[in-house]
Design a protein around this ligand. Structure first.
Ligand SMILES: *Cc1c(COP(=O)(O)O)cnc(C)c1O
Length: 372
């Protein structure tokens, strides 16, 4: 699905030097690499504070803790997302209120969000799925009118631009009260292990999140709140400092791959290519097709037989997972249920060669024509 090896080889000299530098300095935890990465990422995003942490799941958890959410509080979240988003809500004793997504953008359906808001609703977590922002302007209006916090799950959309109707453009993850991201190796800005970060413009929220990520410590050995231990280590920060200046190039390369897939599948009626929302640029963390009347498992097997990886993100909606199952709900999840049955993601990455992609396209079309 990704080619991390070729990307590493392309940047190997700089990355090796950066990692060696950390080893020689023996500043493995905290230190200048971590501090400078936080400053550089904040600059790139146009946000005031970046708080690095151990992974994207922790970022979400720390953001929810920093907002002072309490057991029984309701948090609205899409049912079509990676498990981490909902998991931390449940882990903190909060109540996940799952809602359906929009059929074109696969992000939160605002009408469903509005219907799901109750007096107990304390936060909404939009997920910028596959690399495109949720409808943030409408969502912020809805949330601000009711004093509800917004935490953006930006694990898949770092670098994406969101355009407001007043002409203002900002980076994904900097619109809500908190933005959270992951530097998991296969993410668009990936490190060589686990990593994550929390973004905010609010000085107080930033101080609280930073304290929570560090054992609730305000000064050494002074613990004001119950926290967690969640750190980005210095080697990962050093690697991310090398990769960050390339992020826009990584994104352009992904968009070029997506453009080529789009053009190739344009005339194929059984395939819905990703719908590009005019309000948000798409950074194509995933290139995901919705199939219509195609045997998806058959296609996946056929591709695998031809040495082409493909993935289903995600086969089971969260409201149907044993861990979060809803006993009964008056809400409809028909869009998500259709997506879970019909989506398939094709390889997309920064190192795709024309020849490779032509082969993938040829095999997808071959299967669909054969099935007719
Ligand atoms: C990857 C991902 C996460 C979690 O990130 P980790 O670093 O693996 O903990 C959370 N939400 C979404 C949507 C993701 O894709």
């Amino acid at each position: 699905m990704v080619d991390l090896q070729t990307q590493y080889q392309r940047l190997q000299k700089e990355i090796d030097e950066a990692v060696l530098g950390v080893m020689e300095s023996t500043r493995f935890i905290g230190g200048p690499e971590v501090d400078n990465f936080a400053i550089e990422l904040a600059e790139y995003l146009g946000t005031k504070h970046v708080i690095p942490c151990a992974n994207g799941t922790d970022a979400l958890q720390i953001a929810m803790m920093a907002l002072g959410l309490k057991p029984g509080d309701e948090v609205i979240v899409p049912t079509f997302t990676y498990v981490a988003t909902t998991e931390v809500i449940a882990l903190l004793g909060l109540t996940p209120v799952m809602v359906d997504v929009d059929a074109e953008t696969f992000t939160l359906d605002l009408k469903q969000v509005a219907d799901a808001i109750s007096p107990k609703t304390k936060a909404i977590v939009p997920v910028h799925l596959y690399g495109q922002c949720a409808e943030m302007e409408g969502l912020m209006k809805l949330a601000n009118a009711k004093g509800i916090f917004v935490i953006e799950d930006n694990a898949q959309a770092i670098g994406s631009d969101y355009h407001f109707t007043n002409g203002k453009t900002v980076k994904a993850g900097t619109i809500g009260h908190f933005g959270c991201t992951s530097f998991f190796p296969s993410k668009n800005l990936g490190c060589f292990g686990d990593g994550g970060a929390i973004f905010t413009d609010d000085d107080n929220l930033a101080a609280t999140a930073k304290m929570i990520a560090s054992h609730g410590q305000s000064r050494q050995y002074v613990h004001d709140v119950v926290g967690v231990n969640s750190r980005l280590d210095a080697m990962q920060a050093a690697i991310l400092r090398i990769k960050l200046p390339h992020l826009d190039d990584f994104i352009s390369r992904r968009i070029a791959v997506a453009d080529k897939y789009d053009a190739a599948f344009k005339e194929v009626t059984q395939i819905q290519t990703p719908v590009r929302n005019s309000r948000s640029s798409h950074v194509f963390h995933q290139y995901t097709l919705v199939l219509n009347g195609v045997d998806r498992d058959g296609l996946k097997t056929f591709l695998a037989q031809n040495d082409i990886p493909s993935m289903i993100y995600y086969p089971i909606p969260l409201h149907k997972q044993k861990a979060f199952a809803l006993s009964d709900s008056d809400r409809s999840f028909s869009v998500t249920e259709n997506l879970c049955d019909n989506v398939i993601s094709l390889p997309i990455h920064t190192e795709m060669e024309d020849e490779q992609q032509n082969y993938i396209i040829e095999k997808v079309i071959e299967f669909i024509n054969k099935a007719e």
